[in-house]
Design a protein around this ligand. Sequence first.
Ligand SMILES: [Zn+2]
Length: 206
Amino acid sequence: MEGKTHVGLGIFAYVFSWGKLPGKFNIIGLIIAAIIALLPDIDHPKGIINQYILPIKDKTTKMFIYICIASVILWLDYNYFKEPALQCLSMFLFCAGVNSHRNGISHSLAGLTIFTVIASYFGEKYNADFVVTAVFLGYGSHLIGDMFTKHGVPLLYPFSNKKYKMPLTYKVGSKDGKLIEKFLLLAIFGYILYILTGPERMMWYV
Ligand SMILES: [Zn+2]
């Protein structure tokens, strides 16, 4: 699934879940959900986030940069912070750097759990509970979105490498795939417009 479609799905998941999950609607939460929806693709050298991080968009550079970032976080944590959440983040980034695209931790329930736990730790520390919901929904929407693609996702990694997918799938980048994603983005845009202007618009002011 393309990056912009993941962003759309993250926004949709957050808006759709408002009122059904704990916590008030929060515009920062919406932005977090949209950004976190891109996070699992850090295992792809050409993923949107990596477009800004990697000087050269190939596997070796990705591995090197992520191992460096993970080491710096671990060093800072050991010397200054001593926060278990930072140790988890470092471990996650190390694994995402080493794993190839959609074959490792960032596309698994383990990745979703790690980030939700990190979010709940910082959410509690800084009294910002909405961050947990935003991270969970943004990350979860990415995994569900990729389950509609032919490649599927290794949901149970590291316990199993089996790829899980929906009964109906499409090939990312194919003519049909591009059309499906365009249609999906349009539908999400229509839904958000309805929420902004329809009878449910009051949610924005609660
Ligand atoms: Zn993905």
